[in-house]
Design a protein around this ligand. Structure first.
Ligand code: MV4
Length: 641
């Protein structure tokens, strides 16, 4: 077994790997960019090496610098985590050439799964079901059009170097084939440097069910059951679960055996995931799943598999990389209960899930969940990296109980200082279709408006927000409260005037609410008819109240101004990025929410929408411009009156 490993990653996964290594008595070396010098993973590791500047291309993607750090610190192995260099075969090769161990599969196994067409051909030979279609070398448009006609519409054109939904085009009408083929080839060339495509039968009602596999260096491989990752938005997984709703013993065994065949076909060692696309129409069946792709790394959502099997997959990674056999035989791998994972992101769901970087003034996780996080209260979520705050994983004896405990853990999670998707995640937990196990991939897109409607604020929370805005609750209410005439104060929250009358020590009347507060540690015990506990926070002009699984956040504004209007005349870049598309022009009349511009940042496209109805006064950037965080992009005519 290694005595010291280097983790070539950051954030929650780096912390998670360090946690297991520590339990195994293995020393750890972290690497960090300038933006992460004070990050949690650096603090948790035994030692840490600076590898460069904040942009990933100047730090976490610098394989040679990372290998040098391992050599200099005496690490015997490198764990890549996920993302970054985790599926880069050249990095794996260079690690071996340096006499170190890559904690993952061989470079040849990574290469075998790198291109969809070759991967599919390999799977066909191994007897793994693949989606019917054409994945040959002939890319002549007329030839491909004939193949599409043979396959039968609708078909899917996929860039062979694509993945995760990028470079895919569904075609329903043969008349649209040529144009979409050209588009997919163009996109493949631009995004992956490879214009080649494959054609597949479009599987209607797709579900994404993936099998966790684990191979060793002695030819063995096992499966650790499935995960259902169908709850996605624009190919980003939102909530994952294990086992899959509606899975049967027979189908699980068929999928698991197919995944093991896939792993053995490429001599796979380490943790891997075989993704299948499953026909979600009707029940799961043994001839209703097809190989989609294989991820040759540990995945973000691996904790739900750990929860139902009791296996520590990172421990297995270290043991197998050190030459040990897979620790359990197939028949000895348990499956207990049900687990969910929710990914908490700093993103503004109301603004098309725009990353919402900022400062974590307050961070308190709910009870009953495993928390994987790379941040602490007081940290910043930087625009340079994936804006994930934490993953919450819950486990229960059945799906309903596990889902309820996820809803509770999310509701009790308190984050103030930036916008998060927690409300959206909570709404998903309460979604009736999801609760009944309907996990088709179109669910979020279909019900997005309802899912992001946070409803009217709870009056008691809004009243408490007014108290917080006025800094009224007093942790040491002096007994000698002088009984003057009740004093009324006013505060404006989100443009609405709220009056607050003091009735006695920590006793207030706010509208129809009579509130009595008593200090309860860092929080307050509130009596407003019924009793409950609330957290009241104020940072600058923002107030946040958390109580009974709900959150109410508001901006203290001037009378008549609303958060939208305050700053609603200018639209600024929410993070550094590249202006991809400008669809607004001076003089144009727009409706609230209209797409005005597309910014590309952190590997994602972000649509800048009109904050309100109005007229564009000026457009300050053109497509192709690089902009800094806060750069002025557009101005709207001030609202009349
Ligand atoms: C498909 C498909 C339908 N038919 N392939 C999406 C991401 C990438 N891993 C493959 N994906 C799909 N491939 C065929 N032949 C539909 C999707 C798809 C999808 C699949 C699983 C879960 C969510 C999805 C969302 C959109 C499209």
């Amino acid at each position: 077994m290694f005595t010291k490993i280097l983790i070539a990653n950051r954030g929650e996964i780096a912390c998670r790997i360090i946690d297991t290594a520590r339990k195994m008595g293995v020393a750890t070396v972290a690497v960090y960019s300038d933006a992460d010098a004070n990050a949690r993973h650096v603090a948790l590791a035994d030692e840490a090496v600076r590898i460069g500047a904040a942009p990933v291309g100047e730090s976490y993607l610098l394989g040679d610098v990372i290998i040098q750090a391992a050599l200099e610190t005496g690490a015997q192995a490198i764990h890549p985590g996920y993302g970054f260099l985790s599926e880069n075969p050249d990095f794996a090769d260079k690690i071996a050439a340096a006499g170190l161990t890559f904690i993952g599969p061989s470079a040849s196994a990574i290469r075998a799964m790198g291109l969809k067409d070759a991967a599919k051909a390999l799977m066909e030979q191994a007897g793994v079901p693949v989606v019917p279609g054409y994945h040959g070398a002939n890319q002549d448009p007329a030839f491909l059009a004939e193949r599409a006609a043979e396959i039968g519409y609708p078909v899917l054109i996929k860039a062979r170097a694509g993945g995760g939904g990028k470079g895919m085009r569904r075609v329903d009408d043969p008349a649209d084939f040529a144009e979409n083929l050209a588009g997919a080839a163009r996109e493949g060339k631009a995004s992956f440097g490879d214009a080649a495509v494959l054609i597949e039968k479009y599987i209607l009602n797709p579900r994404h069910i993936e099998i966790q596999v684990f191979g060793d260096n002695h030819g063995e491989a096992v499966y650790l059951h499935e995960r259902d990752c169908s709850l996605q938005r624009r190919h980003q997984k939102v909530i994952e679960e294990a086992p899959a709703p509606g899975m049967t013993e027979a189908v699980r065994a068929a999928m698991g055996q197919a995944a093991v065949k896939a792993a053995k076909a490429i001599g796979y060692s380490g943790a891997g995931t075989v993704e299948f696309i499953v026909d979600g129409a009707g029940g799961l069946r043994e001839n209703g799943f097809w190989f989609m792709e294989m991820n040759t790394r540990l995945q973000v959502e691996h904790p739900v598999t750990e929860a139902i099997t009791g296996v520590d997959l990172v421990e297995w990674q270290l043991r197998v990389a050190a030459g040990q056999p897979v620790p359990l035989a197939q028949e000895d791998i348990p499956l207990n209960g049900h687990a969910f994972e929710a990914r908490i992101y700093a993103e503004d769901v109301a603004r098309d899930f725009l990353p919402a970087t900022g400062h974590l003034h307050h961070l308190k996780f709910g009870t009953g969940a495993r928390v994987d996080t790379g941040v602490r209260q007081g940290d910043d979520i930087s625009p340079f990296y994936d804006p994930m705050i934490a993953k919450l994983t819950v486990h229960g004896p059945d799906r309903a109980i596990a889902l309820a405990s996820l809803g509770r853990a999310l509701g009790e999670t308190e984050i103030a200082g930036l916008t998060t998707n927690i409300g959206f995640l909570g709404a998903l937990c309460r979604h009736s279709g999801f609760a009944q196990g309907q996990v088709d991939t179109g669910l979020i897109a279909r019900d997005l408006e309802a899912l992001r409607d946070m409803g009217t604020p709870n009056p008691a929370l809004r009243a408490l927000a007014a108290l917080a805005a006025l800094n009224l609750p007093n942790p040491q209410p002096h007994a000698g409260f002088t009984q003057w005439a009740p004093l009324t104060r006013h505060v404006v929250l989100e443009g609405e005037d709220i009056s607050v009358t003091s009735l006695g020590p920590n006793r207030f009347q706010v509208g129809d609410e009579t509130l009595q507060l008593a200090p309860a540690g860092p929080a307050w015990r509130v009596t407003a008819g019924r009793q409950f506990t609330a957290t009241l926070l104020r940072f600058g002009d923002r107030v946040d109240v958390f109580a009974q699984g709900q959150h109410y956040g508001a901006t203290i504004t001037q009378p008549g101004a609303s958060a939208d209007e305050a700053g609603g005349d200018t639209i600024r870049a929410p993070m550094p990025g590249l202006v991809k598309l400008v669809s607004a022009a001076a003089g144009q009349v727009v409706k609230k929410g209209a797409a005005l511009m597309v910014l590309e940042a952190m590997k994602m496209e972000h649509t800048m929408a009109a904050p309100r109805d109005g007229t564009i006064a000026a457009v300050h950037v053109a497509a192709g411009a690089q902009v800094i965080d806060g750069a002025l992009l557009l101005e709207m005519e001030p609202q009349d009156g």
